[in-house]
Design a protein. Sequence first.
Length: 261
Amino acid sequence: MQASEKKSRSWPDLTWEEIASLRRSGADFCLLPIGATEQHGPHLGVGMDTCITEKLCAAVSLATGVLRLPAFAYGCSLGHSRRWPGTLALQPQTVMNMIVEIFDWLYAAGFQRLIIVNGHVGNAAPLRCALEIIRSRYDDALIRICNVAEISPRVRAEFFTDAEDWHANAAETSLMLAVAPGMVRPDKLMEADDEDRTVGLVFTHPVNHTSKNGVTGFPSRATRAQGEKLFAMMVEDLTAIVRSGLTEQPPLNQNFFSTVS
């Protein structure tokens, strides 16, 4: 598939014949949105992380023609505890195994390039472990993890403006006001603010030990305009990454499984 086609491609919408045809035409690249189902304070729906990755991948697919896989709505959210109802968490090894098994099937269908677009911080470690396993199994696999808050320095700056250990903060709330306003409870914004209590701590604590209401940051500062600006940044910067990855090859062609003789 050529980037110039500018067609959003959704894997579930295609038949097996269409997927095979795309592969024969040169398509070998997929986007996998992964989020979570977890509490996001009193003002945001629990599906926020999945929503933003799904919409981001749809926009990037439209810009590049790269296939987007079904969004995965469950993640490693153990740190959010059982204090606030709504969180449905998986074990780290479950997330890791899920990614490895999905890639096994993608590779069998002829797709070797994958960018995992991750909307939940707690998924980072199991996703990295999955990446290591995939690379050790498939020498020609090309895989990357893009955490939505760290797609680029300018995106990171927006996410971290009101808290270092942010969650359901101004940035996330602004994004939802822009792309999914039905997931926001405007009447709860003023009471949702909660300070970052993690600065200077030695240990990493679960959210029930750092937040009064599941929030870290100041959602009352959120605006739709800021969300539109941030989402546009995210689409533009992830699109640039995808375009660069369409034809990238390893700097050296040295087999993973062979030793130097």
